[in-house]
Design a protein around this ligand. Structure first.
Ligand SMILES: [Zn+2]
Length: 786
């Protein structure tokens, strides 16, 4: 690619330097005269001499080689023999596409021109204003000037596109897909358009651009990205239909609502520096649940919030390798490592807690004031707390500070004795070690049917109360803390379990799962509550326990206690939720069926055979049982199933269906077949969007533990390069290694220590810590029940 850029600068620093990597420079001119320049490729800086202090124009001509191997930065998003050339620039890849000051606070207005061959489409942040022939079969497109925006939000894509459009409040919301796919983008398009108009009302700030694209990219390395006016997305998020399983449809729709929220919160008002990245992400995450709950009330979003955000954040935040929400980010390289469950999930939980504290009306008023005040500019967390504080008259800054600047979260111990309830707090750690810690915690509780609340801002507090029966803390799980009851307390909770609401039940079993990992409780107590969940079916708790059991089986499938839980858990719940769809059932019921059937097919041969019998009709199957059918087919046919499943992974158009096929391809009990799947993922014969499925899914197959670990050691560097060292790579490793490495802890440690320097330590340290916890838990589970 040939590039030419003219930058208007004023009061330029001496020496004048721009961020610029992986570019080669042909000429630089200042105010029309050739200028001296030095490109320090190692430091990624282009230094230009003779840039005066007064307003000047620096013009640069350069070349950019687009590599075939990366799926990040400026890359080829391939499908069949074709590709879409697209950008994905957060946090610091803009400098690999054009020289610039690549920091969020340096906003600029962009005027973009693209010249490319005739007959292909081009999409950028703003609409095309002019199209003219450039001769020799080429066309030049000129785009409308953007408002002031940060470089990481810049976007363009060139390729063959098919579009679908909805106009809402005068704004064109448009999906752009590869040819033949636009019909499949209708669900995403509809909810994105609804979100645009709802957010306009909620924020009281109009959508700042004329149009909003959603560009579905066939190869995409993360989920989606909020480029201003041109959201990019992986196909499995944007190409969802009414026939897509609820879990996937929900994930895709949520992703759209999340990226649309960023158009205001992130794009219009941007963090000053990456240390407030969490604010962008927590806010968009929290808002996406809140908004989707409003737009699709039957989706029961707050249960999904706990499953996908709240509980994952608790797990990561209980590691010693966690970081405060407000992370210290020195260089942009560090920023990548904070794209995690803390930035997204814990931050969202704290915002949910703060909204409960100030009330919904003050919360939306404060957010709106903040957006109005800092439009087209930058702000930091404290600006938002101030806005929420002045909207509510409450000391928001003081409470927020405690939760944002401290790593970890409180474990609240509760005892009820002789006319009082005694609460105490300390920091919870999965290592099981006692650690001091003090947070201001608003605690709601229900005692003998009566709801009350208490503010625990000391180490311990006693409340006068005579509790005879039920005592449950943290109602609806709005507080970001775990509750440890004493033995009598758990007996009481168990006795009243049938009457406890789903969010509270989910919270209780999730805390028990954490305590099991930390060694604070015996496996038998956890098993007791798993059985209680089986005899009191509710959708969200069932999904959460199924995820937990999947993790436990993958590290200790040979443990006697897990051997006895399976037959008591799955059959009654499959009976309750049904193996086949029932007319008019709520979407979460279908989703629960998907969880149950996939996991039970993996561990029970008879059920696997039953599911395998349906595989022939894969295309027409209820989307919620496609995964189980593929797993059953693989498990009962072994090598005979491999070719067919591999062919499907190569040829199926829809990523959502391919993901189901990978569930089968990763379920084989023959390790060599799983290795073939892992190789297939990076072979170039399947979409590179799929490369994560084999890794993540085979991590949950206990028969594949060894082969997966060996494969990772062989392909680590290759994968890392393919992901250009982006955070996505570490996310995949974080899913896989703590499970597959569970019997090779020493070896994993040695291997990863060698990688540590190059990779920046925090992600690797976290992987090793979770691995250690899993290895220790494996030992305990093997001993339990013996
Ligand atoms: Zn986001």
């Amino acid at each position: 690619m040939k590039g030419k850029i003219a930058i208007r600068v004023k009061g330029a620093a001496k020496p004048f330097a721009l961020d610029a990597s992986q570019l080669t420079f042909n000429s630089v001119a200042v105010n029309g005269r050739p200028a001296k320049f030095v490109h320090d490729a190692k430091k990624g800086k282009l230094k230009v001499s003779g840039v005066p202090l007064r307003e000047s124009v620096v013009e640069i001509e350069y070349d950019k080689q687009v590599s075939d191997d990366v799926i990040f930065g400026l890359y080829k998003s391939k499908y069949g023999r074709d590709y879409i050339l697209a950008t994905d620039l957060e946090p610091a890849e803009a400098r690999t596409v054009f020289p610039c000051v690549d920091e969020p606070a340096y906003k600029a207005a962009f005027r973009l021109q693209i010249t490319t061959e005739n007959g292909v489409g081009v999409i950028a942040n703003t609409p095309i204003v002019r199209k003219e022939s450039a001769g020799s079969g080429r066309t030049t497109y000129t785009f409308q000037e953007t408002p002031r925006m940060s470089t990481y939000l810049f976007f363009f894509a060139i390729g063959l596109f098919e579009e679908a459009k909805l106009t809402t409040d005068g704004i064109d919301v448009i999906t752009a897909t590869r040819p033949g796919q636009s019909e499949n983008s209708r669900v995403a398009l509809k909810i994105a358009a609804e979100a645009v108009s709802e957010y306009q009302r909620y924020f009281e700030v109009p959508y700042p651009l004329k149009k909003l694209h959603i560009v579905a990219l066939p190869e995409y390395h993360t989920g989606a990205m909020e480029n201003w006016g041109a959201i990019s997305s992986r196909e499995s998020y944007a190409l969802i239909t009414e026939q897509t399983s609820f879990t996937q449809k929900n994930r895709g729709a949520m992703s759209m609502v999340h990226e649309v929220a960023h158009q205001w919160f992130g794009d219009l008002v941007t963090m000053k520096w990456w240390d407030d990245l969490w604010l962008n992400e927590s806010f968009a995450t929290f808002m996406s649940y809140k908004m989707t709950e409003k737009l699709r009330p039957d989706w029961e979003m707050w249960g999904i919030f706990l499953r996908d955000e709240g509980f994952r954040a608790l797990n990561q935040d209980a590691l010693s390798t966690t970081h405060p929400i407000q992370a210290h980010v020195r260089t942009v390289k560090d920023a990548g490592h904070t794209f995690d469950s803390i930035s997204y999930g814990k931050g969202a939980c704290v915002l949910r807690m703060l909204e409960a504290y100030v009330g919904e009306a003050s919360f939306s008023k404060g957010v709106s004031e903040y957006l109005k005040k800092f439009s087209f500019s930058n702000a930091s967390g404290k600006d938002l707390w101030q806005a929420l504080g002045s909207a509510s008259g409450l000391p928001v800054s003081r409470v927020a500070k405690e939760w944002l600047t401290k790593p970890g979260y409180p474990l609240v111990k509760v005892k009820s004795e002789r006319g009082k309830i005694v609460l105490s707090q300390r920091r919870f750690s999965l290592s099981g070690k006692e650690a001091p810690g003090l947070w201001p915690i608003p605690i709601s509780f229900r005692a003998d049917g009566k709801v009350s609340s208490v503010f625990l801002d000391r180490g311990a507090k006693a409340i006068e109360a005579n509790v005879e029966g039920e005592l449950v803390l943290n109602l609806d799980r709005t507080g970001f803390f775990s509750t440890l009851y004493d033995r009598a307390g758990y007996d009481r909770v168990a006795g009243g379990f049938a009457k406890i609401g789903p969010l509270d039940r989910a919270g209780i079993v999730y805390d028990l799962f954490l305590f099991l990992q930390a060694g604070l409780i015996e496996p038998e107590l956890y098993a007791r509550f798993v059985r209680l969940c089986a005899s009191n079916p509710d959708a969200i708790t069932t999904q959460i326990v199924t995820e937990q059991l999947m993790a436990l089986y993958s590290i200790a499938d040979d443990s006697p206690i897990l051997g006895s839980i399976g037959p008591e858990f799955y059959p009654p719940l499959l009976e309750a939720f049904g193996e086949d769809p029932r007319p008019g059932e709520p979407p979460v019921v279908g989703a629960t069926r998907e969880y149950l059937t996939s996991q039970y097919a993996s561990i029970d041969r008879t059920f696997a055979m039953k599911m395998a019998a349906q595989f022939e009709r894969f295309a027409e199957l209820d989307p919620n049982i496609k995964g189980a059918a593929a797993i059953g087919y693989a498990l009962t046919n072994g090598e005979r199933a491999e070719k067919k499943l591999q062919d499907m992974a190569k040829t199926l158009q829809g990523e959502v269906d391919r993901a189901k096929v990978y569930e089968g391809l990763c379920a084989f009990r023959e390790p060599e077949l799983v290795e073939h799947t892992l190789e297939l993922g990076i072979s170039g014969l399947v979409s590179r969007s799929d490369s994560g499925y084999p890794l993540v899914l085979s991590a949950f197959n206990p028969y594949a533990r060894d082969v997966l670990w060996r494969w990772i050691t062989k392909r680590y560097d290759y994968m890392r390069e393919m992901y250009a060292g982006s955070q996505q790579f570490y996310l995949y490793m974080g899913y896989a290694i703590p499970f597959c490495g569970v019997e090779h802890e020493g070896e994993v440690k040695r291997f990863l220590s060698g990688k540590r320097l190059k990779d920046g330590g925090s992600s690797i340290a976290r992987i090793l810590e979770q691995l250690h916890i899993n290895a220790r838990l494996r030992k305990r589970l093997l001993e339990a029940g013996n």
